[in-house]
Design a protein around this ligand. Structure first.
Ligand SMILES: [Zn+2]
Ligand SMILES: [Zn+2]
Ligand SMILES: [Zn+2]
Ligand SMILES: [Zn+2]
Ligand SMILES: [Zn+2]
Ligand SMILES: [Zn+2]
Ligand SMILES: [Zn+2]
Length: 249
């Protein structure tokens, strides 16, 4: 099946960017191939981790019930005709759902890939193993599956929020390292109007003594009120100093 996909996705087989001629199975939204790569798939897989007999590529166009994931797939698949054992192409790259603590609202799936990837959560390159969310089409490092959504960084007055991309289209520089923050990758930014505070994920999380994880958004208001009180006090103090010094004259 040929559909249009965003250019940021790469072919699951050769890892080159996808043009629009691709193979796509609805059960496996992250397994996407160039048409040419589909044509070049090995006709035979002889690997006992899949099956005791060699399995052969079947291009007959009939659907396959995959013996690994127990789902019905469309398109070509690998099968053993002796045992009626079938594996869809996507499942020949082993995958498993990640359990454990994740702060993302959907489960992540382990994805073994042949090349490198850019983590959507932190913007840093990763290798061979990534974790993907099939609902959000994001691909991240293992450590980035549990990034805090909100933190209070000691060098900024407001809470800052993790986002997978920034809607702002102007160039933003990280307030810690002063290098560019790529808008299409994850970063932490301040949600307060007029506050253009953006930082790289790795820059702000580098020293865990400098930030606090905020589990509940309501806590941010408490921080703001505290900061506001400090500012008011400081204002009064300044006012007193100036009135005091002017009354001296
Ligand atoms: Zn390809
Ligand atoms: Zn499968
Ligand atoms: Zn067999
Ligand atoms: Zn990452
Ligand atoms: Zn998600
Ligand atoms: Zn930075
Ligand atoms: Zn701010």
């Amino acid at each position: 099946m040929a559909i249009d996909v965003p250019k940021r996705f790469s072919c699951s087989w050769c890892h080159e960017p996808l043009t629009n001629a691709i193979y796509f199975c609805f059960e496996c939204p992250f397994f996407i191939l160039h048409k040419k790569c589909l044509d070049e798939l090995p006709t035979k897989i002889n690997h006992t981790s899949y099956h005791i007999h060699p399995i052969f590529l079947n291009r007959s166009g009939s659907d396959c019930l995959c013996n690994l994931c127990q789902k019905q797939h469309s398109g070509p698949f690998y099968g053993c005709s002796l045992c009626h054992f079938n594996i869809n192409i996507g499942c020949t790259l082993p995958m498993s759902i990640v359990e454990g603590k994740s702060r993302h609202q959907h489960p992540f799936t382990l994805f073994r890939r042949r090349g490198s990837f850019i983590c959507d959560a932190c913007g840093i390159e990763g290798n061979s193993i990534s974790y993907i969310c099939l609902k959000c089409y994001i691909e991240v490092h293992k450590k980035c599956t549990s990034l805090p959504r909100i933190i209070k960084f000691s060098r900024h007055d407001h809470c800052i929020f993790h986002k997978y991309f920034l809607e702002d289209l102007t160039r933003q520089d990280c307030k810690i390292c002063f290098k560019e923050v790529r808008l299409e990758h994850g970063s932490y930014s301040c949600g307060k109007l007029g506050c253009n505070y953006v930082v790289h994920v790795n820059c702000v999380l580098e020293d865990d003594k400098l930030y606090e994880v905020i589990e509940d958004e309501k806590q941010c208001e408490v921080w703001c009120i505290q900061m506001w009180k400090v500012h008011i006090c400081f204002g009064f103090w300044m006012l007193n100093i100036t009135t005091f010094s002017s009354s001296q004259n």
